[in-house]
Design a protein around this ligand. Structure first.
Ligand code: FMN
Length: 156
């Protein structure tokens, strides 16, 4: 399968999760491209409900891929406004297999994944169950290993 991992990361945790997913998927023989989103201007570290304009300098074209994975940090018990803006601005996802993923300190992941899944669904994607890794009061490397493996199994 040709798979795109597209993600937002401010302090590196989601990058680490994306790299873990990349490793598992390439080991299975998938052709994987991974893109960290870059915004045209600095983003306010504020939840989705705070209005801000988010434009991208490297928003990928989904057309080339069979499956797309969208990731970002949890902000204020919700999804990253950056990854939500990317989903909304991206071209058609009709018929594409999509999956959300996230990282967080310790709480809010389920709500955020639900929100991301809903956004992907409104763009016509076939949405698989997402995964979230926490990094407080736990072993983050183990979280990545477990959840990246889970995602790879869903796409095999
Ligand atoms: C504005 C802001 C809000 C946050 N809100 C939450 C939260 O509600 N729950 C939580 O567990 N972590 C929260 N965090 C922590 C991040 O979700 C967590 O550190 C995440 O792994 C960061 O990902 P990154 O390193 O890829 O940017 C918040 C961080 C920021 C900057």
């Amino acid at each position: 399968m040709k798979i795109l991992i597209v993600y937002h990361s401010e302090s590196g945790h989601t990058t680490a999760f994306a790299e873990g997913i990349f490793g598992k998927l390439t080991a299975l023989g998938h052709v994987v491209n991974s893109i960290q989103l870059e915004t045209a201007a600095a983003v306010k570290l504020a939840p989705l409900r705070v209005k801000q304009t988010i434009d991208f300098v490297n928003l990928p074209d989904p057309g080339d891929y069979d499956a797309l994975l969208f990731g970002g940090p949890i902000w204020a018990w919700g999804p990253s406004p950056v990854i939500i803006a990317a989903i909304r601005k991206m071209g058609k996802l009709t018929g594409k297999t999509c999956l959300p993923f996230a990282t967080m300190g310790f709480t809010g992941g389920k709500t955020a994944l639900r929100y991301m899944s809903r956004e992907l669904g409104t763009k016509g994607a076939k949405v698989l169950p997402g995964a979230v890794c926490k990094h407080m009061l736990c072993n983050f490397a183990d979280e990545i290993e477990k959840n990246a493996g889970r995602i790879a199994a869903l796409l095999s």
